[in-house]
Write a protein that binds this ligand. Structure first.
Ligand SMILES: [Zn+2]
Length: 275
């Protein structure tokens, strides 16, 4: 599932492909449930002859800001991706001015395109984006200490911090040597600072490497160029159960935390004695 670095990579590539500034000439919707809240016909009508003025990202949302004042908010969920080449599983096709066609591909069909008047209706419910200045150590510490939950589900909760998913949470926890089941209010000031830094670090490295793709399945993340993300080689924990920890050489283990598959080093990421 695309997380902040994968979505950021896609946004940068859409800009590089010159999607910004083009007019939408026609809209083809092949899977009706991809678009909300309007019918496919009404959705298409509202998009036609508007210009995609700007593309931005908040958390895992991609925003197409239209000249009509409305915004298309796109969430890729499990397997959404974009291409400028026709493929199979294309759910939405936008014919743009000057001959560019944008294909939204989604094998598993969970992705959504929402046409909204005000993106704040949705973004207002999110915590700060993890790579923005609004996401500060003070905010993060306060948010963690005020709650009494396990760390991992809190980090996955988009209303606390937006952009993280299973991959980068496992990476940040491994990096900070913290057990994902630790209670958020048991973290010391130092541990919070280390975790905060690790979150920013793994996300920045992820963006730099154009995201992460694991496995070779059809639903696997692909960027706009059809390439897998380069972060795969950098992954220290996620998806590496059974392989040696690159810090202590013990075998990494897969456990379940809050219903999510989680990879940890059982030596580096022990529960601390005060738990
Ligand atoms: Zn280890």
């Amino acid at each position: 599932m695309p997380e902040l670095p994968e979505v950021e990579t896609i946004v940068r590539q859409l800009r590089a492909r010159g999607v910004e500034g083009r007019e939408i000439r026609s809209v083809q919707i092949n899977w009706l449930r991809t678009v909300e809240p309007l019918s496919a016909a009404a959705f298409s009508r509202q998009l036609r002859e508007t210009v995609i003025e700007q593309i931005s990202r908040t958390g895992k949302w991609i925003l197409f800001h239209l000249s009509s004042g409305k915004t298309i908010m796109i969430h890729l969920r499990m397997s959404g991706s974009f291409s400028t080449e026709k493929g199979s599983h294309d759910r939405v096709v936008l014919q743009l001015s000057d001959g560019l066609t944008l294909y939204y591909r989604d094998t598993r069909k969970f992705g959504r395109w929402k046409l909204v008047d005000d993106p704040q209706q949705i973004l207002g419910k999110l915590g700060p984006d993890a790579l923005t200045r609004q996401f500060t150590l003070n905010y993060f510490s306060e948010a963690m200490l005020r709650r009494h939950r396990m760390i991992k589900p809190l980090l996955l909760d988009q209303s606390i911090v937006a952009g993280l998913g299973n991959i980068y949470v496992d990476e940040a926890l491994w990096e900070s040597k913290l057990n994902p089941e630790r209670r958020s209010d048991s973290l010391s000031k130092d541990e919070l600072a280390v975790l905060f830094k690790a979150i920013k670090h793994v996300l920045r490295i992820g963006v730099k490497n154009r995201g992460t793709s694991l496995g070779d399945g059809k639903t696997n993340y692909r960027d706009v160029e059809g390439e897998s993300g380069g972060y795969r080689v950098k992954v220290k924990a996620y998806g590496r159960a059974g392989q040696p920890c690159s810090r202590c050489k013990n075998a990494l283990e897969k456990i379940i935390v809050a219903q999510r598959g989680t990879t940890i080093c059982p030596v580096c990421q022990q529960h601390s004695s005060q738990d």
